[in-house]
Design a protein around this ligand. Structure first.
Ligand SMILES: Cc1cc2nc3c(=O)[nH]c(=O)nc-3n(C[C@H](O)[C@H](O)[C@H](O)COP(=O)(O)OP(=O)(O)OC[C@H]3O[C@@H](n4cnc5c(N)ncnc54)[C@H](O)[C@@H]3O)c2cc1C
Length: 419
């Protein structure tokens, strides 16, 4: 088949690669001048088969309104600003009832584990040399009660995911540079989670995809979709406009693009959540993290990526204002000094990046047929897009090729929101 993949982030690149492996003729259309200029640019790099990334557990106690307020605070740390955001938060809280949580978490863990397997397979088959480290510590402050952790621990256990509860002293054996005064009383250790450089992987895989015949067209905006039996796209590139038909089109655009029909966009509860990542070079490796550390209370993560440290946090719901919140950025600097003082070399330059995650209210991405003939989606991966990219791409390719999929797809199909 002649297939267009819209979007050259990590998801679009792996999808194009998998489709090309299946023998399709693939063209990737990207509005930016280069690959991975969106959410895949400088993310935290955590690949978490445990599916324990932040923003997945709302508050379960209390009456409806109290639950909503506390859940929203956990998710966004900034109050909702519009009726649309409030409506989405209500849906998010409702879809994350304890019963749904266990079911969705299980499906997420299956997809995340499958993705980690695919990542290892692709990196091995293509001999990709990647910046990588193993294990993640989730730091617990005194305020975290075993009750709050119970559902997470139970679903991890049910999936056979190793997760050890450690004392502060035991945690320091994995991360010896954690400062003596760092505010934590214990930690959860997830040896199966890892940090791997997402952008580096995507850029190297792009070359492999090109070797398989995938064409990449940058500075090309998809302006319109004509959804017929043979779908076509109106493209704008370097001031020129053209319409091109394909046998199939896959949108890997992170969020739902405007070119999709309004009925589809309104039906799917997708919201943008913005976050920040500081990248600094390591000054003294002995003072730096070995792998991944996250303070569960604040949501701030501090990860090692080769010769750099990435510190990430913040979660702003809604439209992109394009402005950085100084208070959140300062919180990241403070966290790095609090947990790993002396680790960073600030004078050599610090990159402050604000990126956008597109989150579906039930916490799972949209993978598969969109409901429009010849049009599929592989987007809405939220805070776990890098974790889920490789498995999502293989599932998508199998669905397009009408093959059996390695996992059940009921929790993933975009049509799950059809009324
Ligand atoms: C602060 C932060 C930290 C994160 N940390 C982690 C982490 O540790 N682990 C993890 O698993 N995930 C993490 N994520 C999530 C992960 O980065 C994303 O889910 C993932 O990168 C999404 O990849 P993507 O290819 O779907 O989207 P993107 O990388 O955003 O790519 C989409 C592409 O589509 C293009 N596009 C859109 N519309 C059009 C159009 N009309 N025409 C042409 N091109 C178009 C865009 O230009 C863009 O290049 C993090 C995200 C953020 C923001």
């Amino acid at each position: 088949m002649k297939i267009a993949v819209v979007g050259a982030g990590v998801v679009g690149i792996v999808t194009a690669y998998e489709l090309a492996l299946d023998g399709h003729s693939v063209t990737v259309l990207e509005k930016a001048a280069a690959a991975c200029e969106g959410a895949s640019f400088a993310n935290n790099g955590v690949v978490a088969p445990s599916f324990t990334q932040p923003f997945s557990t709302p508050e379960w106690h209390g009456n409806g309104f109290a639950r909503l307020v506390r859940s929203a605070r956990r998710l966004t740390r900034t109050p909702w600003k519009s009726g649309q955001q409030l409506k989405w938060l209500r849906r998010w809280t409702k879809l994350h009832s304890p019963q749904n949580y266990t079911e969705v978490q299980r499906a997420g863990q299956q997809l995340a584990a499958y993705s980690a397997e695919r990542l290892t397979h692709i990196a091995g088959a293509c001999q990709l040399e990647l910046e990588r480290s193993e294990g993640q510590l989730l730091l617990l402050r005194a305020a975290t009660t075993p009750d709050e952790l119970q559902p997470v621990l139970e679903t991890l256990k049910a999936q056979g995911i190793v997760c050890k509860l450690l004392s502060a002293e035991e945690a320091r054996q994995h991360e010896p540079a954690l400062h003596a005064a760092a505010p934590f009383q214990g930690a959860l250790w997830l040896p199966g989670n890892q940090v791997t450089n997402c952008r580096q992987f995507a850029l190297l895989l792009r070359q492999e995809a090109q070797r398989l015949g995938v064409q990449f067209r940058f500075n090309t905006v998809v302006e319109q979709l004509h959804a017929h039996a043979t779908p076509s796209l109106a493209l704008a590139s370097d001031g020129e406009r053209q319409t091109q038909s394909f046998d199939h089109i896959v949108f890997c655009t992170g969020g739902l693009p405007d070119v999709l029909p309004a009925t589809l966009r309104q039906r799917v509860p997708l919201m943008a959540l913005h976050g920040y990542v500081l990248s600094v070079t390591v000054r003294e490796p002995l003072n730096a993290p070995r792998s991944a550390v996250q303070d569960l209370q604040s949501g701030v993560s501090i990860n090692r990526l080769g010769q750099r440290i990435r510190v990430s946090g913040g979660a702003e719901l809604g439209e992109d204002t394009g402005t950085k919140d100084d208070a959140t950025v300062n919180q990241l600097y403070r966290a790095l000094e609090q947990y790993y003082p002396g680790a960073a070399n600030y004078p050599s330059g610090t990159q402050v990046w604000r990126g956008t995650r597109h989150l579906v209210a039930d916490g799972m991405p949209l993978i598969g047929p969109s409901g429009l003939a010849g049009v599929s989606l592989n987007l809405g991966h939220g805070a776990n897009g890098w974790t889920l990219a490789c498995g999502s791409a293989r599932l998508l390719a199998d669905l397009v090729g009408a093959k059996d999929t390695a996992l059940p797809t009921a929790h993933l199909l975009p049509t799950r929101f059809a009324v």
